[in-house]
Design a protein around this ligand. Structure first.
Ligand code: GAP
Length: 569
């Protein structure tokens, strides 16, 4: 699986475009094209159907501690700013970032090692100037480094900001000086240390510098950077009018918990679901849609009794993993990773990530698709009493210098009274939180394959095919007349219009039928229906399966029922 082929297919066939492309694009923003919008809608629809609409609240589902209810809301993107103070996003939702003093670009500190490994200049430097030893240390070829730095097409083009390139004599002199003092140094030098030498112009004045992954320039020390996008509400635009675009949909659910309970007859355990846009001013958006600045989340906050919350955590962790498997991510590219106890907040009995081995990652690396977290009563209590101090034990409201809550809560009672037992308690929450864009990207990567299929002359050719689960496929069926005459188009159009009432279908009468099949395979259409000569005499058509290439004859009148039954879901 090759990410370049996937990205190129996505653009060529209208799945994904760079946002604002005609103006040079806007980093971290992506637009979904005609096929992409259908695919992503199907992902979100499958999530909503499986989580909310089709949920059986009358039975005890396998693995669940008891029957439970599921419902949904749709809250606003801009919410009261106090929500983000109580949730912790105002104080804590930060990344550490560094700025390159040469090219002025920002980079996220924890992304630097990975970005460096993939940087063209770094690869070229290693290839030309280093011999890597099996123990991870490097043999450094100083004359080769000098030549590399001076070469117009190497150092000067690839890493114009690198100290070694800006002043090779001076930079290499620090290494030579240190070598004189300690001749054993080369045998201990790691790649990181060597790079620091290459990035440092004035070691005595500045100490060692870390290189910018973009140009090799020296980076500033890490600074905190809040990821929330700021905006203003109202015409005055004063500091008091500052508001934020939500960085997650979850808080909209917590602050509506009481509204949902008071306006419905739901009892706990109850899951409240929401699908919608979230915004994070990511410092280094990258890897296609994986880390974007505007994206969609599919989140559920599941409210339950504290005594059963650990069991519910396990239920949701396993159930969410199964959801991806059922929709076609079945192999070892999908994994569930339980967080180590030291990674957990102390109020949480568990957090797990569902991860996928995206093709843009190095071998053995996985990227997060969804997190399932046991959040205890942290969020509801923070919105009641004021932001809790996540390090306190038992949890206590975080106080400001005046001894009052640092961030005041709503003061509203968000506890729940069980009308059968009369017990009153603050529910615990299990949060399965998925990204619609990451899931869509994983489904594309998983579906992408190349195999051999016969062309219109019966010759075996390499076929590019997206093997989407039929529920997710953007186009469910294509309808073709074999040739554009003898009444075949009329019959095919009738079938097309009948299917279109229920499904996204495509009509095509142009080019040889073999080519039409291949065009549909490439976008993942699971079924192609063809009207041929025989159709006109006996009212049957062929239906071709994308994956098996098998064609069977069915009655034209049965097309809708057949596609419906095959898509199932
Ligand atoms: N309410 C919990 C929460 O928001 P998160 O791990 O920050 O948790 C949940 O986000 C999911 O949202 C992630 O697993 C991922 O699928 C998606 N997500 C987060 N940041 C993203 C980004 N910058 N671009 C695309 N998807 C993102």
């Amino acid at each position: 699986m090759n990410m370049e082929s996937i990205v190129s297919l996505c653009k060529r066939r209208g799945f994904l475009f760079q946002a604002s492309e005609i103006y040079g694009g806007l980093n971290g923003f992506w637009d979904y094209g005609p096929l992409g919008v259908e695919l992503k809608r199907n992902v979100k629809e499958a999530w909503w159907q499986d989580m909310v609409q089709r949920h059986d609240d009358l039975s005890q589902l396998p693995g669940s501690p008891s029957p439970f209810s599921m419902t949904g809301i749709d809250s606003t993107i801009i919410q009261h700013p106090q929500i983000w103070k109580c949730s912790g996003h105002y104080d804590l939702f930060c990344d550490h970032m560094q700025t390159c003093r040469q090219c002025k670009k920002l980079v996220r500190s924890d992304h630097i090692p990975d970005m460096l490994r993939n940087a063209d200049w770094f690869q070229s430097f290693v290839e030309s100037c280093c011999i890597k030893r099996p123990d991870g240390t490097v043999e450094f070829l100083s004359p080769a480094a000098f030549d590399w730095a001076r070469a117009r097409k190497l150092g000067r083009r690839l890493a114009p900001g690198l100290a070694l390139v800006r002043n090779p004599e001076l930079t290499l002199s620090w290494l030579a000086e240190d070598l004189q003092n300690d001749p054993t140094l080369p045998s201990r030098l790691s790649m990181t240390e060597l790079l620091q030498y290459m990035a440092t112009l004035q070691k005595k004045q500045t100490g060692f510098q870390s290189p910018c992954p973009h140009c090799g320039g020296d980076l500033t020390d890490p600074r905190e950077f809040n990821l929330m996008f700021k905006t203003t509400v109202g015409a005055l635009g004063d500091e008091d009018d500052t508001a934020y675009l939500r960085p997650e949909t979850a808080q909209g659910i917590f602050v509506n918990f009481k509204n949902v309970i008071d306006s419905t007859r739901y009892r706990l355990p109850l899951g409240i679901a929401q699908v919608g846009k979230s915004f994070r001013n990511e410092i280094t958006p990258r890897n296609f849609t994986f880390r974007s600045r505007e994206f969609e989340q599919m989140e559920c906050e599941f409210f339950c009794h504290p005594d059963s919350s650990a069991e519910w955590y396990r239920y949701w962790r396993d159930r969410r993993m199964q959801w991806y498997r059922d929709l076609g991510i079945a192999g070892d590219r999908l994994r569930l990773r339980e967080h180590e106890p030291e990674e957990l907040s102390h109020y949480s009995t568990g957090t797990a990530d569902i991860e996928y081995a995206f093709p843009f990652l190095a071998d053995g690396e996985f990227g997060e698709l969804e997190g399932i977290a046991h959040r205890g009563d942290f969020d509801l209590r923070s919105h009641m009493e004021g932001k809790l101090d996540e390090k306190s034990r038992p949890l206590q409201v975080q106080l400001g210098p005046d001894g009052k809550p640092k961030w005041r809560g709503s003061g509203k009672d968000l506890s729940y009274r069980d009308d059968l037992t009369n017990e009153k308690y603050i529910p615990h929450v299990i949060e399965p939180s998925a990204g619609a864009d990451r899931a869509t990207l994983a489904f594309i990567c998983e579906a992408f394959s190349e195999d051999q299929a016969p062309d219109e002359d019966g010759k075996m050719q390499t076929r590019s095919v997206l093997k989407f689960h039929p529920r997710l496929a953007p186009v469910k069926a294509a309808v073709f007349p074999l040739v554009k005459k003898d009444g075949m188009p009329e019959m095919a159009k009738e079938i097309y219009l009948a299917l279109k009432k229920e499904f996204n279908v495509f009509y095509d009468e142009k080019a040889a039928v073999g080519r039409r099949y291949r065009r549909q395979d490439e976008i993942g259409t699971p079924y192609c229906i063809t009207v041929d000569g025989q159709s006109l005499t006996d009212g049957t058509v062929t239906i071709r399966d994308r994956d098996t290439l098998e064609q069977v004859r069915i009655k034209a009148d049965d097309c809708l029922a057949t596609v419906r039954q095959k898509i199932g879901g």
